[in-house]
Design a protein. Structure first.
Length: 177
C-alpha cells in the first residue's frame, strides 16, 4: 500500500499526549486524541459521545465522514445532514477537507497531503473514528474545523501543536524496512 493510505508496517510510533475538544454542546462532544506519530505521518482518532439522557435523541446511524457510501450524498451533490464536514488547516496555510474528495486507491493519488478515514465503531451514544494524516504536518499549529448539521454544529474548531507532533516522529522506532 502507498504511504498515504495507512500507517507503515514495521514501525512503532511515537506518542503525543495532546487532546483537544473539537465540539462540546449540551448534547454532543467530539474530542481529538490518540496521536500516534510515524516518520511518514500521524494516526489520530476522533471520539464522540451523545448525552445519555432520554431528552437527547441517540444516534440513528453513525455519523458519516467520507463519501464512500451513496447515502452520504443528496441528489443535488451536497453532503447529507449526517455527513460530518471536517477541514484541517496547517501552519503553512494549506488545508485538507473531506468534502468533495474520497480516496479511490490507485486512481486519485494525492499530490501533496491527505487525511484518510481508517474506519471506526460505536453505539447509539458513543463512537470513535481513526484517521491517517499524510505526510507529517508542516511546522506550526494545526486547526481542526468541524460542522455536523444533523446535530446543529457549524464551524467548531480546536487547535493542536503541529511542532510537538513533528518532534514525536523522532520517537518512532523503525523495526525493519
Amino acid at each position: 500500500m502507498p504511504d498515504w493510505v495507512r500507517p507503515p508496517d514495521g514501525v512503532i510510533p511515537g506518542c503525543s499526549c495532546q487532546r483537544a475538544t473539537l465540539v462540546r454542546t449540551d448534547e454532543v462532544v467530539l474530542v481529538l486524541d490518540g496521536f500516534l506519530v510515524y516518520p511518514s505521518g500521524v494516526e489520530f482518532r476522533i471520539l464522540g459521545a451523545v448525552r445519555p439522557d432520554p431528552s437527547v435523541p441517540p444516534l440513528r446511524e453513525m455519523p458519516r465522514w467520507s463519501h464512500s457510501h451513496p447515502a452520504e450524498i443528496h441528489t443535488h451533490g451536497e453532503p447529507s445532514e449526517n455527513f460530518v464536514r471536517l477541514r484541517i488547516e496547517f501552519g503553512d496555510h494549506t488545508e485538507w477537507t473531506n468534502v468533495g474528495w474520497a480516496p479511490v486507491f490507485g486512481k486519485n493519488v494525492p499530490a501533496d497531503r491527505t487525511v484518510v478515514e481508517m474506519g471506526g465503531h460505536g453505539s447509539d451514544r458513543r463512537f470513535e473514528n481513526h484517521w491517517w494524516m499524510w505526510p507529517l504536518p508542516p511546522p506550526g499549529p494545526i486547526a481542526f474545523v468541524c460542522s455536523w448539521p444533523a446535530r446543529g454544529i457549524h464551524d467548531a474548531h480546536a487547535v493542536i501543536d503541529g511542532d510537538e507532533l513533528r518532534a514525536r516522529a523522532a520517537d518512532a522506532e523503525v523495526l525493519w524496512n
